[in-house]
Design a protein around this ligand. Structure first.
Ligand code: SF4
Length: 266
């Protein structure tokens, strides 16, 4: 489905953030065609009343110009309320133009669910300090259709990690959202550890994923929901997963747990 495109002019490029591992965020888009059912950025619909999450994208068309004259002291994360490589990026190349114009000394982290990111390897190579991440969670078949309907497959994302690695781009896997019984963390590590520089992990933030998703999870995966909402069961589950991670001998930058208050284990 073609998204509704809303073109706007932004006032500034970099916004301070409390996201773990970052000092600023850069959102050249607001809204995301990937339309993940659990997306934490759905709250943007409160301010952008253009319809259902996934059906519209706000395009900050002047960002490529703004980044020419702005710099960020600290680490920049791209992006927090969209995927910088969602399908419309293929045509309008907004992310690419932002990257081309950005100061190449910017400490930049990019995260996506799309292998379209491989198109911009040439630009990544110009940056002095860049980390490029792919979200990997192993959702497949009917489950993937249901909760991540429009993003590229996990196979394509894992392939993208491999190609980035082979091109000398520092890469990371973001294993998220970890949902009991639906995500096999050990298997994902085994599939990727030979070509991933480091990992971030994140357990599902049930509150941020919204009431509709919570109800869907309870109806369809009652045990997963039960673990996520039962303090002792959740702690036990998290402990087991952390054991798996620690025994894997990989480089871990952080493990985010929502208890529901955020705790980051490093
Ligand atoms: S790719 Fe990210 S920003 Fe886009 S809908 Fe999915 S979770 Fe939200």
């Amino acid at each position: 489905m073609e998204p509704k495109i809303i073109k706007i002019k932004a006032k500034k490029a970099f916004t301070p953030t409390r996201i773990p591992g970052a000092d600023y965020v850069l959102n050249q888009y607001i809204g995301c065609q990937h339309a993940c059912k659990y997306c934490y950025a759905k709250f943007m619909c409160k301010w952008h009343k253009h319809g259902k999450w996934g059906s519209w994208v706000v395009v900050k068309e002047n960002l490529p110009e703004l980044v020419k004259n702005e710099s960020a002291e600290g680490k920049v994360y791209m992006s927090s309320v969209s995927d910088p490589y969602q399908p419309i990026e293929k045509e309008i190349k907004l992310t690419r133009r932002v990257l081309e114009n950005m100061d190449k000394k910017t400490r930049l982290g990019i995260l996506t669910k799309s292998d379209l990111i491989l198109r911009d390897i040439d630009v990544f190579k110009e940056f002095k300090d860049i980390e490029v991440g792919l979200t990997v969670n192993g959702f497949d078949g009917e489950l993937k259709k249901e909760i991540e309907p429009f993003s590229p497959s996990n196979e394509k994302r894992i392939h993208a990690l491999k190609v980035l690695y082979e091109n000398g781009i520092k890469n990371y896997a973001f294993i998220s959202p970890i949902i009991p019984n639906l995500v096999d963390v050990g298997e994902l590590i085994r599939e990727t550890k030979n070509f991933v520089n480091f990992y971030w992990f994140e357990f599902l933030n049930l509150k941020a994923s919204g009431r509709e998703f919570g109800e869907w999870l309870r109806e369809n995966y009652a045990e997963s929901h039960e673990i996520l909402t039962h303090k002792i069961k959740l702690e036990r589950y998290v402990e087991n997963v952390i054991d798996v991670i620690k025994n894997s001998r990989i480089c871990v930058k952080g493990i985010c747990i929502h208890y529901p208050k955020l705790v980051v284990v490093r």
